[in-house]
Design a protein around this ligand. Structure first.
Ligand code: GLC
Length: 444
């Protein structure tokens, strides 16, 4: 009993300590339940300012601590890393609690590329805090994605972009000299390799990707649409831009399901696709760069038997290679007490020196073009050339900046309707029409 009590007391202390970091999140939450009472308790012991608080990566790595220490010194105010939710939806939910309350408790936040428009009203314009040269270091696609009106609301910490993974040994086995350049070539190669491999491996499929009802499906479907010359839900002015080409792209992908892609691809996220591919059960995979290092792990069944390249292009004059960009950005809260210093810190945490450190420490691809010419970075990231090519030449942004804060809602409608095309419940034309009807109100 005593032991139990002791353990309970200890876990309560831990809970209070955790709330110390996160306690500010309850500031402004009314109510007289237990949680609010605990939060009040913690306010009094919050360390005195000045300190910059960064709701940064969910999984803090040694390099994050190193950068926090260095940048804190450089800007003259120590930076504290706050615990952050691992689930991106929870993270956004949290931001949408404390930012509209104009809380000055958090100075810097990490956010996914898709939230630039949603968070823009609460984020500082970083343009005045950067020289043209500093701004020009980042891949232009990130500046485009993070510019909402005239304001630059975030800086990229890394580069993230869609890539095509392919099995080098299987291409050779089936007499293909190079990875596919067009979707038709991919369809043909995937079918041929699958037919050949099925004899020995009933689990084998030609092409795996992300078809689940979630943001990753928006990513995949926009890549199909863009590569075939279709619209990206809305155009640069924020007007609805779903057309017949987009509808055709969705029908084409739906035809892959059950043919060259497993039926279950309609519930696949990144890790499901990687599981299939890395276990040797797929010829091709669409995924982000992170899957490269894992595929090359010592115990990986496909180690040294795969390569990466740009995603296939659509046929015809409108066809192009198109890769959606992703990744974490750093923004500065407008309600920070130390705006200028926080902006300096955001710059320091994302500059070439910082991104080089991230690349060398963890293999994180940089969001800065010149680093892909750095010998050490190239040695650490074997797919550097392909990642840089896709970021520089084929990258497309999701319509986060020009959807007036409604990106999340629009993407939700879109991926639900697209998934219904993949599962055969409707065709591409129906999805395009239904998305148009449902999002019209958000586009004014
Ligand atoms: C990756 C990308 C992110 C994207 C997500 C979709 O994490 O970096 O931008 O929204 O995948 O699954």
């Amino acid at each position: 009993m005593i032991r139990m009590g002791g353990r309970r007391a200890a876990s309560r202390t831990l809970f209070l300590l955790l709330l110390l970091g996160a306690g500010l999140l309850y500031a402004g939450c009314g109510g007289d339940d237990g949680v609010a009472a605990v939060a009040v308790e913690t306010v009094a012991v919050t360390p005195p300012r000045p300190i910059l608080r960064w709701m940064g990566p969910a999984f803090v790595r040694p390099v994050d601590r190193e950068l926090v220490a260095r940048c804190g010194k450089e800007v003259g105010i120590a930076i504290e890393l706050l615990p952050a939710p691992a689930n991106p939806v929870d993270r956004l939910g949290l931001y949408l609690q404390f930012l509209p309350a104009e809380s000055d408790d958090i100075d810097l936040i990490d956010f996914d590329v898709v939230w630039s428009g949603t968070l823009a009203p609460h984020l500082l314009d970083l343009n005045p805090h950067l020289t043209a040269e500093e701004r020009g270091q980042y891949f232009p696609i990130y500046l485009e994605n993070n510019s909402v009106g005239e304001a630059l609301v975030g800086l990229p910490q890394m580069g993230d972009v869609g890539l095509l993974y392919y099995r080098t040994d299987l291409l050779e086995k089936y007499g293909f000299e190079a990875p596919p350049d067009t979707w038709s070539e991919l369809e043909e190669m995937a079918a041929a390799i699958q037919a050949g491999e099925r004899g020995e491996n009933a689990e084998f499929w030609g092409y795996v990707w992300q078809g689940n009802v979630y943001e990753g499906l928006t990513v995949n479907a926009l890549e199909w649409q863009a590569s075939m010359g279709g619209g990206l839900i809305v155009d640069a002015e924020g007007r609805l831009a779903l057309d017949d080409v987009a509808a055709g792209a969705l029908d084409r992908a739906a035809a892959w399901v059950g043919a060259i892609s497993p039926e279950s691809v309609t519930v696949f996220q990144e890790e499901d696709a990687r599981w299939q591919f890395q276990n040797g059960n797929a010829a091709f995979m669409r995924n982000w760069p992170y899957a490269y290092g894992l595929g090359q792990a010592e115990d990986s069944p496909i180690r040294d038997r795969f390569g990466v390249t740009r995603l296939p292009r659509g046929e015809g004059t409108e066809g192009r290679h198109a890769s959606v960009v992703g990744g974490q950005q750093i923004g500065v809260s407008r309600y920070s007490r130390y705006k200028d210093t926080a902006a300096d810190a955001a710059r320091c945490l994302t500059d070439a020196r910082a991104q080089r450190r991230r690349a060398l420490a963890d293999g994180t691809p940089p969001g800065i073009a010149v680093l892909y010419e750095d010998g050490d970075v190239k040695a650490r990231i074997p797919a550097a050339a392909q990642i840089a090519e896709s970021l520089a030449e084929h990258a497309v942004a999701r319509p986060a900046a020009m959807t007036g804060g409604y990106y999340t809602e629009i993407s939700l409608v879109y991926f639900i309707e697209v998934n219904r095309v993949l599962t055969g419940e409707q065709d591409g034309a129906s999805a395009v029409a239904r998305v148009g009807e449902q999002v019209a109100a958000w586009l004014e």
